[in-house]
Design a protein around this ligand. Structure first.
Ligand code: HEM
Length: 466
């Protein structure tokens, strides 16, 4: 008995020593270059507690002040290098992006689908990216403007005179726009089922990945399976009909010559809904807030949007609807969107992982370490933007310095949906400012992170016709 216990203890010790020696946090010790400045905190827990006990942005800024724009820390069990200079962000995301791969928790991969674009590098990623870009480039999305115009108009009409949660309602709007751009006219038939499944799926995003009957994670995985079945059903109907007049993302995936499997298509449809919905809804929510907080900005936006309506007076009802060229007559509104993206920085940072030992500015970034470009710090640095906390759309009359404005990321994984996002935001602002007034209900000085930066409680507002 004693021998067995001793043997088990020895095996345990060998296992732990082996694990520690192989862990990325330990592996750097034999190498010549120094690590970036900073602290790795306590063993295992690192500085996770400090990060979560205060506003994460205060944590990042205080570290940056102390150690400079490239510093090390240890959070959520991972050694990390955080970077907050435009040059370092360019190095990681763009010029040397081959040395850094995207990285996500395994549970996220299981939920969105392992074959979704975000999780890949090299050939498969490039192939998907081409297909996604084809569906979201200006020439493709210009055909959706009038449909998006109707969705925006209907959405706001339904709130007239009500108290609403801006974020929740904008999520419905951006979900409907995402489905339209992914499934085109097929979305109407499947919208309610897709919505039901997607809403169950998202409840499990932040749950413990325990796949046992009754857990949130288990319900999410079931909803995910059902979503994939609906997508497979749409694909099979399209194949039977054998017509190729669709101009949506699904058509782009199905038209690929080498062919994607139904499973690959489903993973990417679900992935794009995920990427498109809460991001755009968060930005829209901030716009509702910033326009109320800045009455002169609201006045200028309203004047620009009313001028578009005025130009169309006397035309037929169909011609009075917004079209692509109208969205090009909104230069001031565009600057308001840019400034919102900068100030709100809804994605405070992103994650990469070094695929080999990397030298940056005389420091070692060891293989396996996470690397976090801190978008919010770059957008809020006085070195990059004068008086950075001020909401001032006119600052975008001059183009920002290179690599200082990264709301859609940079390089090979930058956002392929950015044109669609900006267009649907412009259309919503058009209807909002020309037909409605709104006021914020309750205190609104706090930011919540879930995970995107959002006004407190999703910004409850009262909205009514002018
Ligand atoms: C204002 C709204 C949006 C913001 C702020 C935003 C931001 C971003 C950022 C920062 C990235 C890069 C992340 C990284 O490098 O790790 C990204 C990637 C991505 N976004 Fe967006 N996004 C928005 C809307 C959309 C929309 C509407 C779509 C689709 C229609 C979309 C689809 C994607 C996809 C597929 C990726 C992954 C690209 C790849 O890995 O190659 N996004 N987004």
């Amino acid at each position: 008995m004693v021998i067995i216990v001793v043997a088990l203890m020895v095996i345990g010790v060998i296992f732990i020593v082996h694990h520690v020696l192989k862990s990325p946090a330990f592996a750097y010790r034999n190498r010549k270059l120094p690590l970036p400045p900073g602290s790795l905190g306590y063993p295992y827990i690192g500085e996770t507690f400090q990060l979560y006990s205060e506003n994460p942005n205060v944590f990042f800024s205080s570290k940056e002040k102390k150690y400079g724009p490239v510093f090390k820390t240890h959070i959520l069990g991972c050694p990390c290098v955080m970077i907050s200079s435009p040059e370092a962000a360019k190095f990681v995301l763009s010029t040397r992006s081959n040395l850094f791969k995207p990285t996500f928790p395994a549970s996220k991969e299981r939920m969105l689908g392992k074959q979704a674009i975000f999780f890949h590098q090299n050939d498969y990623h490039l192939k998907l990216r081409k297909l996604v870009l084809k569906a979201f480039m200006p020439d493709a999305i210009r055909n959706f403007v009038s449909n998006i115009d109707s969705i925006a108009s209907r959405t706001l009409d339904s709130f007239d005179g009500s108290l609403i949660n801006t974020f929740q309602e904008m999520k419905t709007y951006t979900f409907n726009v995402a489905l339209l751009s992914i499934l085109g006219k097929d979305e109407v038939k499947y919208r309610e089922d897709l919505k039901r499944c997607y809403y169950i799926l998202e409840k499990g995003y932040n749950s413990m990945p325990i796949n046992l009957p009754g857990t949130l994670f288990n319900k999410s995985m079931k909803a995910r399976k059902e979503l994939a079945q609906i997508v497979a059903q749409i694909i099979s109907t399209r194949r039977e009909m054998n017509n190729d007049d669709h101009q949506d993302l699904l058509a782009s995936f199905m038209g690929d010559k080498e062919g994607l499997t139904d499973e690959q298509i489903a993973d990417n449809v679900i992935g794009v809904i995920f990427a498109a919905r809460d991001t755009t809804a968060s930005v829209l929510t901030w716009i509702f807030k910033f326009l109320v907080d800045n009455p002169t900005v609201l006045q200028s936006v309203t004047e620009e949007q009313e001028a578009i309506i005025k130009e169309k007076e006397g035309k037929s009802e169909e011609e009075r609807g917004l079209n692509w060229s109208d969205t090009k007559k909104m230069p001031y509104t565009n600057k308001v969107i840019q400034e919102t993206l900068r100030v709100a920085s809804i994605l405070s940072f992103t994650f990469r992982e070094a695929v080999e030992d990397v030298e940056y500015e005389g420091y070692l970034i060891p293989k396996g370490w996470k690397v976090l470009p801190l978008f919010r710090n770059i957008h809020h640095s006085p070195l990059n933007f004068e008086d950075p906390e001020k909401f001032d759309p006119s600052r975008f009359e001059v183009a920002p310095k290179p690599n200082t404005f990264l709301p859609f990321g940079n390089g090979i994984h930058s956002c392929p949906g950015n044109e669609l996002a900006k267009m649907e935001i412009l259309v919503m602002i058009h209807h909002l400012t020309t037909k409605y007034r709104w006021s914020i209900v309750g205190p609104q000085n706090e930011i919540q992170y879930g995970p995107f930066a959002l006004p407190q409680n999703g910004l409850p507002i009262k909205l009514s016709s002018k």
